[in-house]
Design a protein around this ligand. Structure first.
Ligand SMILES: Nc1ncnc2c1ncn2[C@@H]1O[C@H](COP(=O)(O)OP(=O)(O)O)[C@@H](O)[C@H]1O
Ligand SMILES: [Mg+2]
Length: 314
């Protein structure tokens, strides 16, 4: 997949602004961003459902708009709100979609229903399905055409923690055992963190960062939160210490520092020596969340999708 300087406006809303990124064959790429970032808009353009105002999106070398049919042979996709016939069973919905692709392969449909854990409910009407079940059926549908690339828009929407865990295992299996390339969007860090080789962080229609998670997380060293009596002075002092990087913390009166273990001691010493009071110095394991907030200014959503306000730790 190759997206280059893709732009799209809805009236005065600039949903995408020169978005560029690529997905390599065999890669699992997380498309991360808070609600309204432009993830679904990008995916709708990839699906040929929407025409960008500028730039290009290509899959397998084919333009997603002008050469939609050939591009779509490469991938299967799910959208945020999977659309199914409610009066048909899950199995019949899959048959219906399979018919559009060619001869219906009953064995394949049964295998796919099994793969996504829908065997027991396969013959119930979709209108009786929960959101999570629709998501799983959508994944089966996306796999019908034996694609090399899966494009999934917030695939864990509506799944309970068990379902999320199951999906994660399934996607990993598809990637490692069948060599599928997977591109999936999420507003939840915890999801991409465990699954992706690489992430693209989107915010307000712009790519804010992209790269391997380990790089974004700066795996070397630790992240510390230091509560200090004077933030500005503390930043100045810490920034002067070799091997330390400091930003204002997300919590008032704190700074966020990335540093090696032994340097933390040095930082503490430097602060106290300069007359800056240190109330506490805590090592935090949430490097990626810090980076996300830093990039987007938006607090990380909890698994229940409600934004978490910054509150001082207990
Ligand atoms: N059909 C549309 N008409 C008007 N505005 C839209 C439409 N689709 C998306 N938008 C706007 O574009 C922005 C990006 O939306 P979307 O791509 O759905 O974000 P995400 O999927 O990351 O939550 C939002 O501000 C949204 O309100
Ligand atoms: Mg969306």
């Amino acid at each position: 997949m190759e997206v280059e300087r893709l732009s799209k406006s809805f009236g005065r809303v600039r949903a995408l602004s020169e978005v560029s990124f690529g997905v390599d064959e065999g890669e699992v790429l997380g498309f991360l961003g808070p609600n309204g970032a432009g993830k679904t808009t990008t995916i709708r353009i990839l699906l040929g459902l929407l025409h960008g105002d500028g730039g290009t999106a290509k899959i397998g070398g084919h333009d997603c708009w002008t050469d939609h049919v050939r591009a779509s042979r490469f991938f299967g996709a799910t959208l945020e709100q999977p659309g199914f016939y409610g009066f048909l069973s899950g199995r019949d919905n899959l048959r219906q979609f399979a018919r559009m692709l060619g001869p219906v392969d009953e064995k394949q449909i049964t295998a796919l229903l099994d793969l996504v854990g829908m065997t027991e409910r396969a013959d119930d009407k979709v209108k009786r399905y929960s959101m999570g079940m629709r998501q799983r059926l959508a994944l089966a549908q996306a796999l019908l055409g034996k694609p090399r690339l899966l494009v999934l828009d917030e695939p864990t929407n509506g799944l309970d923690p068990n379902g999320i865990h199951g999906l994660r295992i399934l996607l990993r299996k598809l990637a490692t055992e069948q060599g599928l390339t997977i591109f999936f969007s999420s507003h939840l860090l915890s999801e991409v963190e465990e699954l992706c080789d690489r992430v693209v962080v989107l915010h307000r229609g712009e790519v804010k960062a992209s790269g391997p998670l380990s790089e974004l997380m700066n795996v070397k060293g630790y992240r510390y939160r230091i509560d200090v009596s004077d933030v500005d002075k503390a930043l100045e002092i810490v920034r002067a210490v070799d091997g330390a990087r400091a930003e204002p913390g997300t919590i008032k009166g704190s700074i966020s520092v990335t540093a090696d273990d032994d340097i933390a001691r040095q930082i503490n010493y430097a602060l106290v020596n300069a007359g800056v009071g240190v109330d506490q110095l805590v090592r935090t394991e949430k490097g990626l969340e810090d980076i996300y907030i830093q990039l987007t200014g938006v607090p990380v959503a909890s698994p229940l999708s409600t934004p978490v306000p910054s509150v001082p730790a207990q």
